[in-house]
Ligand binder design. Structure first.
Ligand code: 5GP
Ligand code: ZN
Length: 114
């Protein structure tokens, strides 16, 4: 999608600190980290969020989860990390291209603030 920030990062049109890529997804460091380690895993396919998924993406989502664990291990946070997908603006989604946050490297606080 031509007007999507993460499509542009995937294409290399906008720079990012990429730490992993394969045929299906790319992972790079978040520009505004909320933990010592804050990585985003993004499928190459432009999918808006989980609510935009179809059955054909079941394997992709499974692979994203397994890849998150591999990246966490490679980044030495495999003993404790959090994965988050924000779906929709009320949940905090700002970039409307599906992405999974991986956070770690320090004790993490509560999931949501009240
Ligand atoms: P969301 O709020 O949509 O779940 O997450 C979007 C994330 O993308 C945020 O954590 C934000 O810091 C990150 N982000 C926004 N723009 C850029 C950018 O240009 N480069 C990188 N690496 N991360 C970005
Ligand atoms: Zn996109």
């Amino acid at each position: 999608m031509s007007d999507c920030l993460f499509c542009k990062i995937i294409a290399g049109d906008i720079p990012a600190d990429k730490i992993y890529e394969d045929d299906d997804m790319v992972a790079f460091r978040d520009i505004a980290p909320q933990a010592p380690q804050h990585i985003l895993i993004v499928p190459r396919k432009h999918i808006i969020n989980l609510s935009d998924l179809s059955e054909t993406e079941d394997a992709l989502i499974g692979k994203m989860m397994r890849t998150a664990a591999k990246i966490a291990a490679d980044e030495s946070i495999g003993d404790g990390y959090r994965t988050i997908i924000n779906n929709g603006a009320p949940a905090g989604q700002e970039v409307f291209h599906l992405h999974m946050h991986i956070l770690g490297g320090a004790p993490l606080g509560p999931l949501v603030s009240k």
